[in-house]
Design a protein around this ligand. Structure first.
Ligand code: SAH
Length: 226
């Protein structure tokens, strides 16, 4: 596995943002059932504290979602690890589409795993910040400012699609852009109750769907914002 982190995390070896704190998060994820060593390694490598506001950096290695502005959140590490593990279950996909870039952390995890990452975000300000971080850290991620409910047709089909905002139902465009044998993982449901869904596209055109776990995500919204 190649890691592409070029910048050392700020204050490496010190305090609440050190490698030791990140290692402890990895131990915790292992305890609560994350098994894929490549995924655990990616969590060990990617400096999550650089994906949140400085004021929250000391909480970056707690297993919790944190605010990133514009009423959005960086997902809980367990959710990021679990969704990534699901995408890698039948061997590593080559090309992955993420809907909902947010902080860029999930995209960085996928890039650290050596995958070809495409990500779409509807809020321009969040995307600009995410792009800057990803670039500074040396993660190669292609991104677009758009309503991700239309997927990203230009680069389709994808071996895997990960949706990091919840819709009442799966969006057809996303399934259409999934390669045969490809896997999609997404939260589905309303504000009060959501489930993580895994879907595999079959050669006969059908899909196999499985409900994995209850989750909490911000909503998948339409249109774009600057
Ligand atoms: N994967 C992100 C999680 C961000 S929260 C991370 O690692 O930080 C979900 C994100 O989805 C928010 O940034 C929100 O603006 C975005 N989003 C919501 N609806 C969207 C849509 N239709 N298209 C693209 N992005 C969307």
């Amino acid at each position: 596995m190649t890691t592409r982190t070029r910048l050392e995390p700020v204050a490496a070896g010190q305090g609440m943002t050190s490698q030791r704190v990140r290692d402890r998060l990895v131990d915790r994820l292992r305890e609560i059932g994350i098994r894929n060593e490549n995924v655990l390694n990616a969590v060990r490598t990617v400096p999550r504290h650089l994906f949140v506001d400085e004021a929250l950096a000391m909480r970056a290695y707690e297993d919790t979602a944190l605010p990133i502005g514009h009423s959005q959140t960086i997902s809980q590490p367990w959710v990021v690890a679990r969704m990534t593990e699901v995408l890698l279950q039948e061997g590593a996909p080559r090309k992955v589409l993420e809907i909902g870039t947010g902080s860029g952390y999930q995209a960085a995890i996928l890039a650290a795993l050596g995958l070809e990452v495409y990500t779409v975000e509807r809020i321009g300000d969040l995307l600009r910040q995410a792009r800057k971080r990803l670039r500074q850290l040396g993660y190669n991620v292609r991104s677009k400012h758009d309503d991700g409910r239309a997927g990203w047709a230009e680069h389709a089909p994808y071996d895997a699609i990960i949706v990091t905002a919840a819709a009442p139902a799966l969006v057809a465009a996303m399934i259409d852009q999934l390669a045969v044998g490809g896997r999609l993982v997404a939260p589905v449901g309303g504000a009060s109750s959501q489930s993580l869904i895994q879907l595999t596209r079959r050669a006969d055109g059908g899909v196999d769907e499985e409900v994995l776990a209850p989750v909490v995500f911000v909503p998948l919204l339409s249109g774009t914002l600057d």
